[in-house]
Design a protein around this ligand. Structure first.
Ligand code: ZN
Ligand code: ZN
Length: 233
């Protein structure tokens, strides 16, 4: 009986903080601030660096310019939030992160002209999207776009093949696994030239994946590649 009552309560008042149970947010600003959050650092050498920029010396074979990460995936509350948001009907959990992600972006990237930026989602193979019902990265991209007034476009990079789970492979296997997997939409080349691309996702994928997508963009005259994610290990 209590299960049914809880279910009804969730429908009537669906937003409560996963950590302190306060209403209005799935993760309230207070609980987020108490979590162990990332200081501004370079994703390659893990040393502190202003605005999450990748150091010039760390840029060898690295194609992204900064990776903005809100919090640690090891945190059990975050883990549960992201796990629950995988269900289509709980995508409101992801949408509730809009303010945190936009603030993180605007704090660490000086955006003078919004026209110089485009928000895109991390590409997902179409069959996977059918199975999952939605692309979580698209949901996050839309909310950040709405809040920052930066245009979003989901036609720029496509994933044209299904891949094995990267985390279970060796470095060389990972690189081979990703060969020919992502394709740039060449009709949009003029649209992306000299622009700064912001990719939004829930959890940071493997280094090889983010670097491969960034490489395709950089090799096609994109000025800067920025990743904006909720959590990383
Ligand atoms: Zn809370
Ligand atoms: Zn570095």
């Amino acid at each position: 009986m209590s299960k049914i009552l809880n279910f009804i309560k969730d429908i009537i008042s669906p937003k409560y903080c996963y950590s302190c149970l306060k209403e209005w947010h799935f993760l309230c600003p207070n609980c987020l601030s108490k979590m162990k959050n990332f200081k501004e650092f370079c994703f390659v050498c893990k040393q502190l660096n202003y605005e999450f920029d990748i150091h010039k010396n760390c840029k060898k074979d690295v194609y992204y310019d900064k990776i903005l990460i809100l919090t640690h995936y090891k945190n059990l509350t975050i883990k549960k939030l992201i796990k629950d948001s995988k269900f289509y009907w709980r995508k409101d959990i992801l949408e509730d992160f809009w303010q945190y992600l936009s603030t993180l972006l605007l704090k660490n990237e000086e955006i003078k002209e919004k026209e110089d930026y485009i928000i895109i989602s991390s590409p997902m193979f179409f069959l996977r999207k059918i199975v999952r019902w939605y692309n979580h990265s698209e949901v996050l991209s839309k909310i950040v776009s709405k809040d920052t007034w930066i245009d979003c476009n989901f036609e720029i990079v496509k994933k044209i093949k299904h891949t094995k789970q990267q985390s279970k492979l060796t470095k060389t296997e990972r690189e081979n696994n990703l060969k020919g997997v992502f394709r740039l939409n060449y009709d949009l080349l003029d649209f992306i030239r000299w622009k700064n691309i912001i990719l939004v996702d829930d959890v940071i994928s493997t280094w090889t994946t983010i670097n491969e997508i960034s490489k395709i963009l950089k090799n096609n005259w994109v000025n800067k590649v920025i990743w904006l994610v909720i959590a990383s290990d």
